[in-house]
Design a binder for this molecule. Structure first.
Ligand code: FES
Length: 93
């Protein structure tokens, strides 16, 4: 299981939890998690460390660290995934 303390603070990372690939962003002791699938046409997003955004390499959609749409062509933000931090481990609910 991925551990909270393996995630860099205020940064995004693509991780694998129980065979599921998810995008996570750590803010203190909290973790926000999203689908890695771009809501435009389904390419995989990547974390952009320079700008602190999630970017899609296919057609240039960008998303804020919290998954909100920054600009298209996607028309909505990243799909949220419910995760919990249990005893320092990240688990999908
Ligand atoms: S699939 Fe992501 S911008 Fe088109």
């Amino acid at each position: 299981m991925p551990k909270l303390n393996d995630l860099p603070e205020k940064k995004g990372k693509i991780i694998n939890v129980d065979g599921q690939t998810i995008a996570v962003y750590r803010d203190g002791e909290k973790v926000k998690a999203f689908s890695t699938v771009c809501p435009h046409r389904g390419c995989d997003i990547d974390w952009n460390d320079t700008d602190g955004t999630w970017d899609c390499p296919c057609h240039g959609s960008r998303f804020e660290a919290d998954g909100a749409l920054k600009h298209g062509p996607a028309k909505r933000g990243l799909e949220k995934i419910d995760v919990v931090v249990d005893d320092g481990e990240i688990k999908v609910k």
